[in-house]
Ligand binder design. Structure first.
Ligand code: KG4
Ligand code: ZN
Length: 360
């Protein structure tokens, strides 16, 4: 079965062809048109610019994915598309393209959740792991922990009450004058820094359940970098100058605290899952971070779990993970219902702020 995946949830226009044979997911092509340079001058993604760039890129990106895979439109068996969560104008471009392709070919379209697809990235070009699994998504929009009996329907057991970890990396980089996108820049600076230089608080909340909050960690970094605001009576204590060496130390200290927070969250998640997980699945842009990958690998080994992190190319937003997840979901007959819509919030991870409260 050949599945075309389409991903336009934020600032990457992506398309991929994945071949699924007896449950094994083989990536035949993986094309990502990044808008990084477009948004860099603004220090973050500008939604209107993002959707316009998706419009310009979507057709050439789809054609390139088919060409790279060596397949024709008529060879496709199924279309998968990220329909949530993300920027609504960006999602709309991918969703409309997917519906158009499905309608013209008479093939089914499967809408998938981008957050769940990040975990499916661990299944690409590798055998299926043992279930049940713990899944952790560390991305720009989510810090979510799941209990998983299989790849398609994870149960949310942990979340952040404010920023996502990737968002915190991006803001930390901005505080240190490192620019956008922040995660890779913090990682690069941290290599030469001392992770013990500044003690920063954990983002894991020691309360019932698995919850994170990155606001305290961000504020502590801001104060360490720029000083605590003083008053007329109590002037602020002096802070060391923000020299290149100090930036490296702060980046290393921030990264150390962020990674340790995820490990603490996993300890709590493991303690609360009854049926012992056999695998740890990790996904999302921050899973490209080598310090986090090493810590997760060590944690999984200690607890007797197989640690699965995606290949680096499948950590950041891509369409292979979308096609992979769509291949594993039972497809409807014909084109399926073309009435599905783009949605800004995840149905399964329900945004960065945990489960939605029921309307009363
Ligand atoms: O999964 P992703 O590509 O998009 C979302 O679904 O949000 O994640 C993007 C996030 C950004 O916040 C980026 O700074 C972060 O992933 N990121 C990293 C690294 N590479 C990307 N954070 C830390 N270290 C990295 N190497
Ligand atoms: Zn993502």
């Amino acid at each position: 079965m050949l599945v075309l995946g389409i991903e336009t949830s934020c600032d990457e226009t992506a398309a991929s062809v994945v071949e699924c044979t007896a449950g094994a997911l083989n990536v035949r092509s993986n094309v990502v048109a990044s808008q990084e340079a477009l948004h860099a001058p603004y220090g973050g993604v500008v939604p209107e610019l993002a959707s316009r760039a998706h419009l310009a890129c979507i057709v050439p990106t789809l054609e390139r994915a088919l060409r790279d895979a060596g397949v024709r439109w008529s060879d496709l068996d199924r279309i998968g598309v990220a329909h949530c969560p993300g920027l609504i104008g960006s999602l709309l471009v991918g969703v409309s393209a997917a519906k158009g392709v499905a309608w013209s070919l008479g093939k089914p379209v499967v809408p998938v959740d981008h957050v769940v697809a990040h975990l499916a990235a661990c299944l690409l070009d590798r055998p299926m792991p043992a279930w049940p699994a713990l899944g952790v998504v560390v991305s720009g929009g989510h810090t979510s922990v799941f209990r998983m009996d299989g790849p398609t329907e994870p149960a949310l057991i942990g979340w952040t009450i404010d920023d996502a970890i990737g968002e915190a990396f991006d803001k930390a980089a901005a505080m240190l004058g490192l620019g956008y996108p922040g995660g890779p820049r913090i990682e690069r600076e941290a290599i030469g820094g001392d992770p013990q230089a500044v003690r920063l608080p954990s983002a894991f909340l020691r309360r019932d359940g698995v919850q994170f909050s990155f606001s305290g960690l961000k504020t502590a970094l801001l104060y360490a970098a720029r000083g605590v605001p003083g008053t007329a009576r109590r002037p602020a204590p002096p802070v060391p100058a923000l020299t290149p060496e100090r930036v490296r130390d702060l980046a290393a200290s921030f990264q150390h605290a962020a990674v340790a927070s995820i490990i603490e969250g996993l300890d709590a998640a493991l303690a609360q899952t009854g049926d012992r997980p056999r695998t740890l699945l990790v996904g999302g842009g921050v899973s490209a971070n080598q310090a986090l990958r090493a810590a997760l690998d060590g944690w999984a080994t200690t607890h007797g779990l197989e640690c699965r992190v995606p290949m680096i190319a499948h950590c950041i937003d891509n369409a292979a993970m979308i096609a992979g997840l769509a291949a594993l979901i039972p497809a409807p007959r014909g084109t399926g219902d073309l009435g599905f819509v783009a949605e800004p919030m995840s149905r399964i991870a329900r945004g960065a702020r945990g489960p939605q409260r029921k309307a009363s």
